[in-house]
Design a binder for this molecule. Structure first.
Ligand code: GLC
Length: 463
């Protein structure tokens, strides 16, 4: 979102027409919205709570902890990231021609799924359609037939991907952006009302296609929806001689998306009653996506941190070096100790192949998880709150202390822990653990050079 707002401030000018906009959303009934798409009616004032999944239905997702995010599309051909069309203001007619080069000759959904499995991941999320509007599936609802079927590949990528994911026993996730840069009506819904309505129709039609035609979908990952994305005005206009001024970042645009997020997601629930939905459509969703910062400890509201393997989301030519293993594992551990899931991104090459160096790094993560996964999967964040040096995860049988960095004296003292039967290091360091009443003292007297993370398991008495 940060990157997003920077671009918006730089490139787009908006006008705050809140009065007009209110009438826009009031007038709109779902029946006018989409012809031919069957939708569940949501009564006026119905709370979004009813659209949220129960704790029981969310459990698989919490237990999974680790997923693979894939950003792949026409932008991969240019190799300058998925925002390039927008930031370089590419003529959409020129951009469209890229489809002739999208041959996907090394696209192999099974290899993607294998890569996720080898990394110890439990689900995947593919950018079925990013903000450029290019859809990776056979989408009759796509404006101007801007799809992979009409590209050199002539393939329904989503069909192959969803099958491979499912066959590999991974959760099937799809990313969809209600934002489409080809539509001026997205940026100025009041002024380009007709165009904004077309975009809204596309959104309903496409989300319905994805939810109806590809079997059970486990995660629906929106991006580019919601009120925040409509505040596209970097500038605002004040009457009475005030003129143009920069919109302060805390001053939200007062408009609402025409597509009415609650109704959109009521339709989603009809086709996919158990799909786990994120918060970026304007509906609160089942979990919150965090980007950039990992953020605070929170094990009562579901959240997921998405992050990259290196620089950028979509393919960046010449900049594909993955981060070091220690950094990525520490991130995963940090996130899980804070109560979240980690969705780690790869941006395959234009031909669909994931960079071998990234595949190798992911496999290293998987190898570590094969040995020490008990401190990650099926755990909860806490009960010890994270510090600069360590954090904790727990199950009903054990507490795992994850040490990211040893303090200078190589000692960690944790007070207030009861019911500890014994303690030992799971990983390679030479560690002694002393348990006395409610205090645990962990000392490391020999930090191995190749130490990645130190995991100390504190076994609990049966309760
Ligand atoms: C940001 C980027 C977007 C990317 C997303 C992933 O919002 O702008 O391109 O898809 O992060 O979370």
């Amino acid at each position: 979102m940060k990157k997003f707002s920077i671009f918006l401030v730089l490139f787009i000018v908006g006008i705050n027409l809140s009065a007009q906009n209110k009438s826009v959303s009031q007038k709109n009934s779902l029946k006018d919205v989409v012809a031919g798409v069957e939708v569940l009616e949501v009564k006026e004032g119905e709370s979004s709570k009813e659209l949220e999944l129960s704790a029981k239905d969310m459990q698989w997702w919490h237990d999974a902890k680790f997923g693979l995010f894939i950003h792949w599309g026409l932008y991969s051909i240019v190799g300058k990231g998925e925002w390039n069309m927008f930031t370089s203001r590419v003529d959409i007619r020129e951009y469209k021609k890229l489809a002739d080069q999208f041959s996907a000759e090394k696209f192999n959904a099974k290899a993607w799924a294998q890569c996720a499995k080898d990394a110890g991941m439990k689900y995947m999320v593919l950018t079925a359609r990013h903000h450029d509007g290019f859809s990776l599936w056979d989408s009759p609802g796509s404006f101007d037939h801007f799809t992979s079927m009409n590209s050199a590949a002539k393939k329904d990528i989503v069909a192959e991907y969803t099958k491979a994911c499912r066959d590999a026993g991974l959760g099937v996730g799809l990313y969809y952006s209600p934002l489409d840069w080809r539509f001026p009506g997205f940026f100025f819904p009041e002024m380009y009302r007709e165009n904004a309505e077309q975009l809204r129709d596309q959104t309903y039609a496409q989300v319905a296609e994805l939810m109806k035609n590809y079997g059970k979908i486990d995660v629906l990952w929106y991006d580019g929806g919601g009120d925040a994305w409509l505040g596209l005005g970097g500038l605002k206009y004040g009457m009475g001689g005030v003129g143009w001024s920069r919109r302060p970042s805390n001053e939200k645009y007062e408009g609402k998306p025409l597509y009415e997020p609650l109704k959109l997601n009521a339709m989603v629930r009809k086709y996919q009653p158990k799909v786990v939905i994120n918060n970026r459509s304007g509906f609160k969703g089942d979990f919150k996506s965090r980007e950039m910062e990992i953020g605070d400890f929170d094990n009562s509201n579901a959240w997921e941190k998405c992050g990259t393997m290196g620089t950028g989301w979509g393919y960046l030519a010449g900049k594909t070096e993955p981060y070091p293993l220690k950094k990525l594992l520490t991130q995963l551990s940090n996130i899980v100790c804070r109560g979240g899931n980690f969705l780690l991104n790869v941006g395959p090459r234009p031909d669909g192949q994931i960079e071998p160096a990234q595949v190798a790094r992911l496999k290293e993560m998987g190898d570590w998880l094969k040995k020490y996964g008990e401190c990650i999967y099926g755990t909860q964040g806490g009960p010890v709150l994270p510090t600069k040096f360590y954090g904790a995860t727990s199950t009903s049988k054990a507490i795992y202390i994850h040490v990211w960095d040893w303090p200078a004296d190589h000692k960690i003292t944790i007070r207030g822990l009861c019911g500890i039967k014994s303690g030992k290091a799971l990983t390679v360091d030479n560690v002694s653990v002393a348990v006395a009443e409610d205090t645990v003292e962990i000392s490391c007297f020999d930090i191995k050079k190749d130490n990645l993370l130190s995991i100390i398991k504190l076994e609990l008495y049966n309760r």
